[in-house]
Ligand binder design. Structure first.
Ligand SMILES: C[S@@+](CC[C@H](N)C(=O)[O-])C[C@H]1O[C@@H](n2cnc3c(N)ncnc32)[C@H](O)[C@@H]1O
Length: 211
């Protein structure tokens, strides 16, 4: 890993993800998490203080040792137990059906194989569980999409792998999720990176008595 990825990128990530407009998006959905929670790509832990009192335990997963180090003080201050897991999302070290809520915020853009990760998230979720997501991705405006497609190859190199143009709703479906609530549209900032998909999805085909 280069010096940029090891020392500069984690600090830039935390600065970008700490912005007021981003925090405002978090508080709409993150407090809905309940029970045993798995956060995928926890980063520097900016969601940790936002979780509500219904969280029993948080598994905070991220492959980056540097970002998990930044998350540690937030984890130590939480009112529920937090276990930091240094793993990628396509290899979650938890048993099948052990998680009540999974959370991803601005992470599906960066995971190399997001569909494989979603299938792995589905594996660890209970049948009646939920995935809470706030993700940026492919816009519905052809003019914006053109620029998202053009700039993604370069953007990936400087941002640690982030894609500007992923169709988050399609990825969720391919990963075995059914969206039950979604609010799509532009958040704050340049349109190319601000088209947001926020909502809740459930493991598809796992209603009561199924699976
Ligand atoms: C833009 S940051 C968002 C961090 C955090 N979710 C937040 O809302 O502040 C993207 C995160 O995805 C993580 N990530 C990258 N590859 C991953 C993978 N294969 N599995 C899980 N997380 C990954 C990065 O380490 C980083 O923490």
């Amino acid at each position: 890993m280069g010096l940029y990825a090891k020392y500069v990128l984690p600090t830039l990530t935390e600065l970008a993800m700490k912005k007021e407009a981003v925090q405002a998006e978090r508080v709409r959905f993150v407090p809905k998490a309940t029970g045993v929670v798995l956060e995928i790509g926890v980063g520097s832990g900016l969601n940790i203080p936002i979780y509500g009192g219904a969280v029993r335990k948080l598994y905070a997963l991220d492959p980056s040792a540097e970002l998990l180090r930044m998350a540690r003080p937030r984890a130590d201050r939480a009112s529920f137990p937090v276990e930091l897991l240094q793993h990628p999302a396509d290899a979650i070290p938890l048993g099948d059906g052990t998680v009540d809520t999974a959370v991803t915020t601005w992470t599906l853009c960066t995971i190399p194989d997001a569909v494989a990760a979603l299938r792995e998230i589905r594996r660890v979720l209970r049948p009646d569980s939920r995935l809470i997501f706030i993700e940026h991705g492919r816009s519905t405006d052809p003019g914006v999409v053109r620029w998202q497609d053009r700039l993604t190859p370069l953007w990936r190199k400087v941002s640690g792998g982030c894609h500007l143009n992923r169709p988050i709703d399609e990825l969720l479906a391919q990963g075995g999720f059914q969206v039950s609530e979604m609010d799509r549209g532009y958040g704050a900032g340049p349109r190319i990176g601000a088209y947001l998909y926020r909502g809740i999805a459930r493991p598809a085909g796992t209603g009561p008595g199924l699976r």
